[in-house]
Structures are given as C-alpha cells and as structure tokens.
Design a protein around this ligand. Structure first.
Ligand SMILES: *[C@@H]1O[C@H](CO)[C@@H](O)[C@H](O)[C@H]1NC(C)=O
Ligand SMILES: *[C@@H]1O[C@H](CO)[C@@H](O)[C@H](O)[C@H]1NC(C)=O
Ligand SMILES: *[C@@H]1O[C@H](CO)[C@@H](O)[C@H](O)[C@H]1NC(C)=O
Ligand SMILES: *[C@@H]1O[C@H](CO)[C@@H](O)[C@H](O)[C@H]1NC(C)=O
Ligand SMILES: *[C@@H]1O[C@H](CO)[C@@H](O)[C@H](O)[C@H]1NC(C)=O
Ligand SMILES: *[C@@H]1O[C@H](CO)[C@@H](O)[C@H](O)[C@H]1NC(C)=O
Ligand SMILES: *[C@@H]1O[C@H](CO)[C@@H](O)[C@H](O)[C@H]1NC(C)=O
Ligand SMILES: *[C@@H]1O[C@H](CO)[C@@H](O)[C@H](O)[C@H]1NC(C)=O
Ligand SMILES: *[C@@H]1O[C@H](CO)[C@@H](O)[C@H](O)[C@H]1NC(C)=O
Ligand SMILES: *[C@@H]1O[C@H](CO)[C@@H](O)[C@H](O)[C@H]1NC(C)=O
Ligand SMILES: *[C@@H]1O[C@H](CO)[C@@H](O)[C@H](O)[C@H]1NC(C)=O
Length: 526
C-alpha cells in the first residue's frame, strides 16, 4: 500500500513497508529511529563551506490572518523571521518519521500532518524528538488535504483548519495550556453538496472576517485525476455557504489570502484538451456571495512539461508586500514569471505589471511557488527550474527495491535557479542572478540570516551513479553557495520534492524519502 500527499506541486510519498526503518531506539517514546543511507556513505554530517554572518534582511511582510502553512504564511512567501542555522558547530539528526508540513505556533509548539498507514491525521510533535505528543484524526473515510493545512495563532493556543478531499471542512483547536496539548474539533462542515460532479476539495483558508474560503482542485503529480471544473466558496461564521463555479478551469496549487482578498490561480482542465488558457483571480466575500474582484488570463500552453506535475501554472501564488503577486505561466516553449497587481486595475490588461521569461527556451518549467521578499528597495522572487525532473518516488512503476533507482538521477533535469527583482515604482522587472542549481525541493528563506536553505545533490557523484545529498545554504542576495552539510547517500536521502521548515529554536527540518533531517547550530553559536 502506498499513500501520497501533495504539497504545492510536490508530493510526499509514504512507503509502508520501508526497508530503511531498521534500528529500534527504545530510548524514544515512539518507534522513530534514524535514517540509514541506502548507498555507501563517506561524509554524512560533514560541513563544507564557511560560517556566515550575513546582514539580516528586512523582516517579512506580515499577512493577516497570521497563518503558519506549508509555504510559511498566508502570502506564501516561503520565508521566516526565525533564524536558521548559520553553520556554527552544526549538528545533524535524522528521524524515520514522515510528517509534513511543520506548522509553528507562537509558543514554539509544532503541529504536523501525518499520512499514516491507518489514515491521515494531525500530530502535536516534540520539536526535538519529533515524537507525537497528541493526535487528531478525522471521522472515518475522510482523507485530509495535509499539504495545505492552515494554523492560525490564537494567543498561546492555535486553530488548525484542514479540509478533506471528500468535502468536509474541519476546524481543530490546539490547547497549549495543558500538557500534553489537546486537540478539539470545533467545526465540521460538509460542503460536498455545493461541489460539482468530479470535484474534490483541496484548499481551505480563513480571511480576516472569519470566513473560511475553500477551493476544489487536485495536484496531478502521481495519482490525481484531472478535474475539469472548479468551485470556489466560503463559509461565514454563521455557517452560510456561498460559491462560484468556474467551468473549464482547475486549481492545482495552494491559494493566498491577505485580509479579505483571496488569490487563486487556475489552469486548463487536466484532461486531453487543447485549451491553453489559465487565469489569475482575486475574490472577496461580497453582499451577494463570492465577488470576483478581478481576473486575468495567462498562457498555459498545450501540454504538461516533461517532469512537471502541473497542466497549468505550477506555482502557488506568492504575495510580494502589499503590492504584487508572483506566479508563473505555463507557455509551451518558455515559462515566464508573471507579476500582477494585488488591487484591481482600470482594465484587465493593466492587471499584469510585468512578464519575465525565465530559464532556457525549450527547457523551462516551474512546479514550486516562488520564495518572495519585500524590502524598502523593492521586491524579489526566487524560482527553480524543474524541467525534466526525475519522477516522484515511489512512482507508479517502482517498488521499494528501487530505492537507489533512476528517480535519484538529477543530472537529467535542466539546471536553473533565478532571482527576479521587481522595482518599487515602475514595471522594469529584471533578473538579478541566475545559477546552474538543480533543486526540486521547496526551499525557505530566513530573513534573520539572509540565507536560502535548500536541498541539492552532488552532480559529479550522480554522474557515477552515487546519490549524495546536501542541505545547502545560499546567499539570498547573490545565489552563491555559502555552506552545505552532507546528509547521506542513496534514495533514502532524496528530498522527493518535499519542503523544509525552520522552528523558533533555529532548528531546520528537511523532508526526505526516509523521514526528516534536522540541522541545528551547536553551542557557542550566536
Ligand atoms: C511501535 O511499533 C509497534 C509494532 O509495529 C506497534 O505495535 C506500536 O504501537 C508502536 N508504538 C508507537 C508508540 O507507535
Ligand atoms: C566512498 O568511499 C568508497 C571507498 O573509498 C569509494 O569507492 C566511493 O566512491 C565513495 N563514495 C562517495 C559517494 O564518495
Ligand atoms: C467507509 O468506506 C467503506 C468502503 O467504501 C464503507 O464500507 C464504510 O461504510 C464507510 N464508513 C463510513 C463510516 O462511512
Ligand atoms: C484549555 O484547557 C484548559 C484546561 O482544560 C481550559 O481551562 C481552557 O479553557 C482551554 N482553552 C481553550 C481555548 O479551550
Ligand atoms: C503556552 O504554551 C507553552 C508550550 O506549548 C506552555 O509551556 C505554557 O504553559 C503555555 N502558557 C500558558 C499561559 O498557557
Ligand atoms: C474531464 O473531462 C475528460 C474529457 O471529457 C473526462 O474524460 C474526465 O472524466 C473528466 N474529469 C472529471 C473529473 O469529470
Ligand atoms: C478555454 O477556457 C476558457 C476559460 O478560461 C474559456 O473561456 C474558453 O472558452 C475555453 N476555450 C476552449 C477552446 O474551450
Ligand atoms: C490589511 O489589514 C491591516 C490591518 O488593518 C493593514 O495594516 C494592511 O495594510 C492591510 N493590507 C492590505 C493589503 O490592505
Ligand atoms: C510507467 O510505465 C508506463 C509504461 O511503460 C509509462 O507509460 C509511464 O510513464 C510510467 N510511469 C511513471 C510514473 O514512470
Ligand atoms: C543519469 O542520467 C544520465 C543522463 O541521462 C545518464 O547518462 C546516466 O547514465 C544516468 N545515471 C544512472 C546511474 O542511471
Ligand atoms: C558544539 O556543540 C555541542 C552541543 O551541540 C557542544 O557539546 C560542543 O562543546 C560544541 N563545540 C564547540 C567547539 O563549541
């Protein structure tokens, strides 16, 4: 049996009979062990590079509601104001537990999704041991959309909003004033009767009026069935439901919320169709239901790109300050970054501020949302190319015995990491740096350290069939590698399109096939 859950055009796969879970460690309060390299490894834990003290960046834009999500916040900036490791006396731990995404509440508590073999659930986890200290499961036969769970801070406690593909919306309260913390279901609303045939729920997010917004959709990735229509709607605090139905368009990503506006990108239906139109939408709750504040079409091409997941845009919308939105199109020959105004412009054409072609013609695709940042000098967005990326593990055709198989071969994918700068005034958007980086994971920017933390493979070793993996720290301003830590070798340490997160205590967590890799600066670190 194999379970998958999907995160922003990326899929976390769980093999139940996993050959890697060998060592038992009875000292821990669960069955979590360390991850074993599935190929011979020579330098696990090795630090290469130098210890940085880069100038901190300006703190990130605070979006309301104040949310913790897979893309870090309600604007999907992919950034955190917590300090990640700088590389000083760094230590690595590995854990054979598969949980994601990591959501942090202000008290330092961690809630994560667990796609367990007996069903998907929420866990309160110990930030150090990653052992579950509390658990919440939905009613029978409800499959949670773990990728896009939202946590809202509520004093020392938190509220977790999670939907099921079958059409239920759950509000779960985490109470931190008791130990262990408790989870209580405070709402369970079935919206399946307002969906169109063939639609599944995908997204759920609060706005600042306490409306719960939802969209249908599916991440094609491994197993998703293409949807041909979309429902976008909201549930008021008194449980009234309003919807809008979109024909011939499908959601394949997360959504963004800033105050009362919800941003949704749609693409052509995933089925066999020649429709090449996608749309960017802004919605609000109006007196008469869902109000389309603006919409603008984009070029979604005629087909999926090799290695890509998405039929249309592969990016969850990233808000840039309170001015712009970054998504990519899905044009056939070359992908472009599209920067839209958040507020409605006079006419549809003016909604797009600028369009920046990225990566090489004939070899460009993006399936992970931008990492965005706003400063007093302007805005920037970093994106990675995943054209011809190797498949997700385990693929429809692979079994656990293929752990060191071709899905690890990242030499086949087109290289490309790019930072685009968007000016405070005007529309002269420019590429600031472009590097031959091969990355398929979801990286994170720490504004405190100025480092972009990602996950990469040694390409020379890969040419020899040795899959050696590193957590990498790159300078946000230049894209240059500052340091890297070797995590392990073989498919068990492949990131498999998963993301990372940074906790309040500075610990960095990276998801891999075998579980979670954690890095932390050691004693003596500032
Ligand atoms: C550990 O694994 C055993 C055997 O699979 C299982 O019975 C037990 O419930 C597990 N314990 C925890 C804490 O998950
Ligand atoms: C590890 O060391 C062995 C023996 O020295 C060598 O054959 C192999 O290439 C090395 N592997 C890596 C990934 O460096
Ligand atoms: C769950 O699904 C199974 C298989 O479809 C079905 O037999 C069972 O009645 C369902 N249980 C509930 C509580 O809906
Ligand atoms: C949290 O639990 C404590 C102790 O049971 C209780 O007094 C408090 O009201 C709970 N808080 C919430 C928000 O439910
Ligand atoms: C807040 O949460 C922390 C950790 O979750 C807990 O130790 C502390 O007692 C809580 N404080 C209050 C006032 O409930
Ligand atoms: C979408 O349309 C295609 C082509 O008409 C069809 O094969 C497919 O079943 C539809 N998908 C859904 C979810 O209805
Ligand atoms: C493609 O989809 C758009 C919806 O954005 C629709 O307006 C248009 O008519 C469709 N074109 C075709 C050829 O189906
Ligand atoms: C959102 O609301 C806050 C608080 O009212 C305000 O400071 C901020 O400017 C608003 N953001 C936008 C984009 O309007
Ligand atoms: C599985 O194999 C079939 C037939 O060889 C091929 O068409 C398909 O693309 C493969 N799927 C994956 C995910 O590799
Ligand atoms: C990895 O892919 C490259 C390029 O397609 C190929 O030449 C090489 O043989 C592959 N390596 C392995 C070990 O399969
Ligand atoms: C490195 O950190 C560890 C604990 O994480 C500590 O025991 C050790 O003394 C530190 N080493 C140095 C050189 O500070």
């Amino acid at each position: 049996m194999r379970l998958n859950f999907v995160a922003s055009g990326l899929v976390l796969n769980i093999a139940t009979a996993n050959a890697l879970q060998s060592h038992q460690n009875s000292a821990r309060d669960s069955n979590i062990t360390s991850i074993t390299s599935s190929q011979a490894v020579n330098g696990s834990g090795q630090f290469i590079g130098y210890i940085t003290c880069l100038k901190p960046l300006e703190p990130k834009t605070q979006y309301l509601p104040d949310a913790s999500m897979m893309h870090q916040d309600g604007g999907n900036t992919g950034s955190t104001d917590y300090a990640g490791p700088i590389g000083k006396n760094i230590t690595m731990s590995t854990f054979s537990t598969r949980i994601a995404p990591f959501l942090f509440d202000p008290s330092g508590g961690v809630t994560a999704g667990e796609p367990g073999t007996s069903g998907y659930s929420l866990k309160a986890v110990d930030p150090e041991t990653l052992g579950a200290i509390s658990s919440w499961s939905p009613p029978t036969n409800q499959t949670l959309n773990l990728a896009y769970i939202q946590q809202i801070a509520a004093g020392n406690d938190s509220i977790i909003l999670v939907t099921s593909t079958q059409g239920r919306v759950f509000v779960v309260q985490r109470n931190n004033s008791v130990s262990p913390p408790t989870f209580t279901t405070s709402k369970d609303i079935d919206v399946s009767h307002v969906l169109q045939p063939g639609e599944q729920l995908l997204n759920g997010m609060y706005d600042t009026l306490s409306n719960i917004w939802f969209t249908t959709g599916v991440i094609l990735g491994l197993a998703g069935t293409p949807e041909n229509t979309t429902t976008v709607g909201y549930i008021t605090p008194s449980d009234q439901i309003s919807t809008i139905h979109l024909q011939n368009q499908a959601v394949e990503n997360g959504i963004a919320v800033s105050n009362t506006t919800v941003y949704v990108v749609t693409g052509p239906p995933g089925g066999d169709t020649m429709n090449s139109t996608g749309n960017m939408y802004a919605f609000q709750a109006g007196g008469a239901g869902v109000k389309t504040v603006w919409s603008a079409p984009y070029d979604a091409g005629s087909k999926k790109q090799p290695g890509g997941f998405a039929r249309g845009s592969g990016t969850t919308p990233t808000l840039l300050g309170n001015a712009y939105i970054a998504v990519t199109d899905h044009a056939d020959t070359q992908t472009s970054l599209l920067i839209y105004h958040q507020t409605a412009q006079e006419c549809e054409d003016a909604q797009l501020l600028c369009k920046v072609p990225i990566f090489a013609p004939g070899a460009s695709a993006v399936d992970v949302g931008s990492i965005g940042h706003a400063s007093e000098h302007g805005y920037s967005a970093v994106l990675f190319n995943d054209y011809n990326a190797p498949p997700i593990y385990p693929s429809a055709n692979a079994t656990a015995s293929d752990i060191n198989g071709a899905f690890n071969n990242m030499t086949i994918m087109a290289a490309g990491g790019v930072r685009v700068e968007i000016p405070l005034v005007g529309s002269d958007c420019k590429i600031a740096w472009e590097k031959d980086i091969r990355m398929k994971s979801v990286p994170i920017l720490s504004t405190k350290t100025g480092l972009l933390y990602g996950y990469e493979q040694d390409i020379e070793d890969a040419e020899n069939g040795e899959w050696v993996w590193y957590v990498t720290a790159r300078n946000w301003e230049t894209g240059d590698l500052v340091w890297k830590v070797q995590t392990g070798a073989g498919g068990s340490f492949n990131d498999d399109f998963q993301g990372n997160a940074i906790g309040k205590d500075g610990r960095l967590y990276q998801g891999v096939v075998g579980g979670i890799v954690a890095l932390k600066d050691g004693d003596g670190a500032t």
